[in-house]
Structure formats: structure tokens, C-alpha cells
Design a protein. Structure first.
Length: 207
């Protein structure tokens, strides 16, 4: 099933809100529109049914990336605390705690902020989104079995690149720097993400 309408996607997400807590993962390359789609789904389902927990909250802080010599590759798989993300998903799935507090990535700071997103036990669906939910290498392999469904978000490639460049410009890069980053570091990461697309339950073109 490819390119379903948004209403179909919303109905499909709603089916995951019955029974024990479920986790829906939205995955795709940088600039695909994962965050926008995830926020829209959670907003339309409402706070009683769904909570949003992005993977980006597990970016290493810039000072950690500097110490590791990875600052120029920020966004690559080894610039995230994958083990921390796996542990959080396990906590969310278990339902053993009244509230689980997840970290949030602040684009205005370009840094993660801890314990910013409370997820009450009674919320039946957690929507998480990020680049590497379908990666099966290194610590990311532990994600297998933690997501009840995964949707691969794949817009038109030119649109994706235009969005990505605009995002980088909005947060302070020059047009030349923005395009270089989108085609360079982001381009390499996009290839890694695309290699796992076949593992998704659904392919979505968000338009």
C-alpha cells in the first residue's frame, strides 16, 4: 500500500490506540516530513490517545560530539545515544511507570533538553519519529521488536531537498552552507536510512 491519504493514515493510527500500549514509528531521510506528519497525527488523535516522542531527543550534546570528533557529522548514526533511545522505548512499552519523561531536541538551541516530554501511563499510543528506526547495525539493532508498526516517509526527492535547505537556512546557515550540508552530511545519512526502507510496514508520500 503506497501513498494513502492522510485520513487513511489517521484511521490506521487510531486502530493502534486500543488494547495495550503500542508504539508507531515514522522513519525517513532528513527533510522527509516525519516530524510534521507525526505532530499532525498526534494532534488529531488528541492527548488522551497519543503522545509524540521524537528520536532526535537522543542527539549527543555538542560538547560530547566535540570530544568524540564527530561534530561535523552531527546527525549520523553514531552521533546519537542509541542505547538511551532503546531503553526509553522499553520503558514506554512496559507501562510500569505512572509517567515517563522523554528528552526533546530544540532546533533553536541545536541541542537536546532532558525530561521535557511527559508521557502518562494511560496514553495508549506513542508515536516516535526519526532517521534510524529501521537501522539494524550496532546498538540500533536492539530496536527490532520495539515498534508495533513502522511507516517509511518518502516524499518527492526535490521537495525533500528544498525543505532541508530551507530548514538549515532558517537556523542560521548561509544558502551555500545549507545546500552543502544537505547534499553532504545529510545526503550520506539519507543513504543509510533508505537502505532500511524495505523493512517498513507502509510507505507514505506526505506530499
Amino acid at each position: 500500500m503506497t501513498d494513502p491519504s492522510y485520513d487513511v493514515l489517521l484511521d490506521r493510527a487510531r486502530t493502534l490506540t486500543t488494547g495495550p500500549r503500542r508504539v508507531l514509528g515514522l522513519v525517513g531521510p532528513p527533510g522527509a516530513g516525519k516530524s510534521t506528519l507525526a505532530a499532525r497525527l498526534v494532534g488529531d488523535l488528541g492527548p488522551e490517545l497519543a503522545a509524540l516522542v521524537p528520536m532526535d531527543g537522543f542527539h549527543y550534546a555538542d560538547r560530547v560530539l566535540d570530544a568524540l570528533g564527530r561534530r561535523e557529522r552531527k546527525g549520523a548514526p553514531d552521533t546519537f545515544d542509541a542505547g538511551g533511545y532503546v531503553a526509553l522505548l522499553r520503558r514506554l512499552r512496559s507501562g510500569a511507570e505512572d509517567v515517563v519523561h522523554a528528552p526533546e531536541f530544540r532546533r533553536d538551541l541545536d541541542e537536546p533538553v532532558g525530561s521535557a516530554l511527559p508521557v502518562p501511563r494511560e496514553v495508549p499510543l506513542v508515536v516516535t519519529e526519526g532517521n534510524y528506526l529501521l537501522l539494524r547495525e550496532g546498538p540500533w539493532a536492539a530496536l527490532e521488536g520495539l515498534l508495533d508498526e513502522t511507516w517509511y516517509v518518502a516524499p518527492d526527492e526535490r521537495l525533500r531537498l528544498d525543505r532541508l535547505v530551507a530548514r538549515h537556512e532558517a537556523f542560521g546557515r548561509t544558502p551555500e552552507q545549507a545546500r552543502a550540508w544537505a547534499l553532504g552530511s545529510d545526503g550520506a545519512n539519507a543513504a543509510v536510512v533508505a537502505a532500511g526502507a524495505h523493512r517498513a510496514d507502509l510507505v507514505v508520500d506526505p506530499g
